[in-house]
Design a protein around this ligand. Sequence first.
Ligand code: NAP
Length: 253
Amino acid sequence: MSIEKFSLEKVLSVHRWTDTLFSFTMTRPAHFKFTAGQFARIGLKIGDELVVRAYSVVSSPFDETLEFFSIVVPEGKFTSNLQHLKVGDELYLEKIPYGYLTLARYQLPLPQDLWLLGTGTGLAPFLSMLQDFETWNNYKQINLVYSVRTQAELAYVERIQEIAESFGEGHSGFKFIPIITRDPEAALHDRLPVLIANGELEKAAAMQLNPETSHVMLCGNPDMVEDTKEALKARGLTMNRRGEGNIAVENYW
Ligand code: NAP
């Protein structure tokens, strides 16, 4: 990995949600331009080696700093080092962003209702999209669906409300739909494919998934992405290819 491809940035803040979930912000160099939904490649010097991992950007393309949301992977080389991050530490940032989980990829159907379905840290790209006024201008209805295992892992809830109030001011079509799969008391606690098949997700959103109008993005656990994709296809939705179709996906590990 050639070090010239990276700039060296400073950590500005660290927020710990649980023992294994944390967010951090860092300086954003002027050359680092990205579209909401894209990911950055972040490098850590571990011994003599530059170890690099992909992280979706949480912050808006218009923010002066960059924010990321991370899980600590047990015995993971990168995150077990990253979890000790503190303000003032330095991180390497690859100069260009990557990824196609962006709203610009959709041409047909035209934007009407947007379903953002994420698990765990797969919430990140959706937070970036929701901090872009274009998203709110383009879609009549936006359903943010966030599946986690436990209540404690439901990060960013207050921020989601703040974002909806500021970016979605005057917009009447936003729904935040949390799913807590290991809490039988939670209003929604089944996995996404089950909730799609039994109609509970649509009931919570008060609208139907529709091949003629829906844009559906999936991000997070690769098994969730696979299984949910199949559940959506069973409802007549199609993969988005060359701009056409409903479903766009990003696996997280
Ligand atoms: P997770 O196990 O991915 O669970 C998050 C949510 O996804 C839960 O609601 C879970 O439901 C649901 N889910 C899991 N499989 C699903 C499927 N097939 N269909 C629909 N929903 C599904 O939790 P996490 O905390 O985000 O990650 C947990 C593990 O993944 C950790 O052990 C971590 O090390 C690993 N991980 C690795 C990386 C990496 O870069 N290598 C990155 C992130 C996470 P249930 O409660 O029913 O399982």
